[in-house]
Design a protein around this ligand. Structure first.
Ligand SMILES: [Zn+2]
Length: 324
């Protein structure tokens, strides 16, 4: 359940039942006076049990522990309120906290999804199937904010915060320059591709993400500790693969759009997805949701580059095309 990576650095694999990600990595740094836990799990009994068992095995006490959350997604953040004690600091980034504290972010997202062609009758289903909605943060903790470049010390680890917007607006990695370790959250994963979705007006998360990949590519990293799946060493090689992947996906979006003007939902239905389904109609609604969010991210990036154009039609749907 708990695995030691280096001196005073542990990984707990926290299960995510029913989620294709399978599990999340929670990293634990043991210090002489305070410990630090980086990312936690969903607000579910299975996650809580796994963390508590791991901490118990390593002899780590929660009342001497602080928390760092890489980004707002429920699988990383939602368990924190259950674990944090009165003396715990919860380190977090401002841009993601603003989303937590905003008025009903889900309503804004649903409205945006509708305008991007997501059918009305599937919207509520998509929401109620969303893990962030089902097992999300119920109580927002008191955060201690960290900005890009700030340092965070835990035991013999001296981290630097590297803000990497893209996967979320404020996603933040932790970099230990002396030990050449990068705690990458969901910014860089191996075997699976981090999800880049756009659910807000006027944003360009894929553009942000590609810039964040370049920012991390500059760092001298020997070991990557990602938010999901296994640890890996070839950080720059992985970054190049991820960049290539998104350029290929953008090319695919352009090919789909050659068929004529379409909504983002229609573009998503024309793209290829790594799913065991015969047709778009057979996709579970949760997968249609992720696919559409990803299609919008690629369309918005292409639009910012001047390769795609958008217009709102009479029904209020945003339609994309290759010609102005
Ligand atoms: Zn995430």
């Amino acid at each position: 359940m708990i695995e030691q990576i280096q001196d005073h650095l542990w990984r707990i694999e926290v299960p995510l039942p029913g989620n294709p990600l399978k599990s999340i990595n929670s990293y634990v740094i043991q210090g002489p006076s305070r410990n630090l836990i980086i990312d936690t799990g969903l607000d579910r009994k299975e996650c809580l049990d796994a963390i508590l068992a791991g901490l118990d095995e390593a002899g780590i006490h929660l009342d001497e522990t602080d928390f760092f959350i890489t980004h707002m997604h429920a699988d990383h953040s939602a368990l924190v309120p259950k674990l944090a004690g009165d003396s715990s600091q919860v380190y977090f980034n401002r841009p993601d906290a603003e989303v937590f504290e905003g008025v009903s972010p889900w309503e804004t997202i649903l409205e945006y999804a509708g305008r991007n062609g997501f059918p009305e009758d599937e919207l509520r289903d998509a929401l109620h199937n969303h893990p962030g909605y089902k097992h999300g943060v119920t109580k927002v903790p008191d955060f201690t904010f960290l900005d890009d470049g700030d340092s965070l010390e835990a035991g013999d680890y001296r981290f630097r915060c590297v803000q990497t917007p893209g996967h979320t607006k404020g996603h933040t990695c932790l970099y230990e320059p002396e030990k050449k370790i990068l705690i990458s959250g969901d910014h860089i994963l191996i075997d699976i591709t981090p999800n880049i979705q756009c659910w807000r007006e006027g944003m360009n998360p894929l553009g942000d993400y590609l810039a964040s990949l370049d920012k991390v590519r500059e760092l001298d990293v020997e070991l990557v500790l990602p938010g999901h799946r296994r640890l890996f060493r070839n950080c720059r090689e992985r970054i190049d693969e991820l960049k290539r992947h998104h350029h290929e996906r953008a090319d695919e979006v352009l090919t789909v759009l050659s068929g004529g003007t379409q909504s983002a939902y229609e573009v998503a239905s024309g793209m290829t997805w790594d799913l065991d389904c015969d047709s778009w109609d057979a996709f579970p609604v949760a997968q249609k949701w992720f696919a559409t969010g990803e299609a919008i991210a690629h369309l918005r990036w292409l639009e910012e580059k001047g390769e795609v154009f958008s217009e709102t039609d009479g029904a209020g749907t945003v339609m994309f095309s290759r010609e102005n």
